[in-house]
Design a protein around this ligand. Structure first.
Ligand code: PHE
Length: 347
C-alpha cells in the first residue's frame, strides 16, 4: 500500500496538463470521488491500525497536494487560453474609436455659411449683450414698439432714461444688431452673414425657446434691388433643401426693412399635399427679409440716396428641424447623447 501511495504521489506531481481536457483528466484521476486517490482512502479502511497511523497523514497530504496543484493548473490554463485568444485572433472586430461629433445646429450653420460664402458673403460677429441703440433704436423701432417690452426682452440693466437716450443693456433679441455695427464700421459694398445666438422671454415648448440661433444677412451696394433679395434666397433654398424647392414671399412688416417679406419654402415633408409640419398649407416659413429702411442706412452712416440694400434673418433651429425632420426644439439644448450622436456623418 505504501508503494501505491508513493507511485500516486509521483503521478500527481508529474502529470502533464496542457489543455482543458488534460485538466479534466487530472480532476477525474486525483480529485473526484471515483478517482484513484479516493480508492486508496477506501483501501486504508481495511488496513491494520498501524498502517492507518502511518499512511493516514501521508494520504491526507497527498490529497491536499492534488487539490493545490489542480487549483494552480486551473488558473494558469484559464490565463493562457484567454491571452492566447487576445494575441492570436486577428479576425476580431476593431473596437470603434468614440470621437465626438458636431452639434446639428452647427452642422446647419456651417452649411449656411458655405452656401453664402460661394456668393461672396463674408462672416461677421457681434455681441450677445447689447445696448438698446443697436438692438432697437438704430433699427428704426418706434419708442413704444411692443418688442421692447419686458415680456419679450431680457434686460440686463435698465437704468433710468436720461434725456434724449435709452441706455438699456439687454440680451439681443435678434442678430440684426450686427447690421448696425457693420454699417458703422465698413463702407459699402457690404456683403455679410452674421450667425449667432439670440434671446427672447418666451415660454419653453416644442416650438419655442428662450434662446435660439439666427443667421442675419446684409447686402448693401449701389443698385441693390428686391429681385437680388429674391434670387439670393431662392438660390439658398435650392442649395439647402434640394433643387426642386420652391420659395414664396409674403408681405410682412419689420421696422428696419421696407418693403418687408416673410420667406416660405415649399414643405419638404408633404411636398405641398398638406401635413402638420406646414399646418396643411404646403408652405413653411424660414426667414424674415426686406429692403433696408433708409432710416437704418442713415443711422449706420450710409447715404440712402447713393446706396440700397437687402437684409434677411433666418432661424437655424427651424432649418435644422426641416433638414433632419426633428419635431421638438428642446432636443437641441438637452444634450442627450443618444440624440446628438445621430448627426455624426451628415454634414
Ligand atoms: N430680425 C428679424 C427677426 O428676428 C428678422 C429679419 C432680419 C427681418 C432682417 C428682416 C430683415 O424676426
Amino acid at each position: 500500500m505504501e508503494e501505491k501511495v508513493k507511485a500516486l504521489q509521483h503521478e500527481v506531481e508529474s502529470f502533464l496538463v496542457k489543455s482543458k481536457e488534460d485538466l479534466e483528466n487530472f480532476r477525474l484521476k486525483f480529485i473526484s470521488k471515483k478517482g484513484q486517490l479516493m480508492s486508496l482512502f477506501d483501501d486504508l479502511k481495511l488496513a491494520s491500525v498501524e498502517e492507518k497511523k502511518k499512511l493516514g497523514k501521508t494520504l491526507n497530504d497527498l490529497k491536499q497536494l492534488a487539490e493545490n496543484r489542480f487549483k494552480s493548473l486551473q488558473e494558469s490554463i484559464e490565463n493562457t487560453t484567454s491571452s492566447d485568444r487576445e494575441t492570436k485572433d486577428l479576425s476580431l472586430p476593431v473596437v470603434p474609436n468614440k470621437t465626438g461629433n458636431l452639434h446639428p445646429l452647427n452642422l446647419t450653420r456651417y452649411r449656411i455659411i458655405e452656401i453664402f460664402e460661394r456668393l461672396g458673403f463674408n462672416v461677421s460677429d457681434g455681441p450677445e449683450i447689447e445696448d438698446d441703440w443697436h438692438n432697437f433704436t438704430a433699427l428704426n423701432f418706434p419708442e413704444n414698439h411692443p418688442a421692447r417690452e419686458m415680456q419679450d426682452t431680457f434686460f440686463v440693466e435698465k437704468p433710468a432714461r436720461p434725456e434724449g437716450g435709452n441706455p438699456d443693456v439687454l440680451l439681443r433679441t435678434h442678430t440684426s444688431n450686427v447690421q448696425v455695427r457693420l454699417m458703422k464700421n465698413q463702407k459699402p459694398p457690404i456683403r455679410s452673414i452674421m450667425p449667432g445666438r439670440v434671446y427672447r422671454n418666451e415660454a419653453i415648448s416644442a416650438r419655442a425657446h428662450c434662446f435660439f440661433h439666427q443667421v442675419e444677412g446684409l447686402y448693401i451696394d449701389k443698385n441693390v434691388g428686391f429681385s437680388d433679395l429674391k434670387q439670393t434666397l431662392y438660390h439658398f433654398a435650392k442649395e439647402m433643401f434640394g433643387k426642386d424647392t420652391k420659395i414664396r414671399l409674403r408681405p410682412s412688416y419689420f421696422p428696419f426693412t421696407e418693403p418687408s417679406a416673410e420667406i416660405d419654402i415649399s414643405c419638404l415633408i408633404c411636398h405641398g399635399e398638406g401635413c402638420n409640419v406646414c399646418k396643411y398649407s404646403g408652405w413653411v416659413e424660414i426667414a424674415g427679409s426686406g429692403m433696408v429702411h433708409p432710416n437704418v442706412l442713415r443711422n449706420g452712416g450710409i447715404d440712402p440716396e447713393e446706396f440700397t440694400g437687402f437684409a434677411f434673418g433666418m432661424g437655424i433651429e427651424r432649418i435644422t428641424m426641416l433638414r433632419y425632420s426633428i419635431n421638438d426644439l428642446r432636443l437641441f439644448s438637452e444634450n442627450d447623447v443618444r440624440f446628438l450622436r445621430q448627426f455624426k456623418s451628415v454634414v
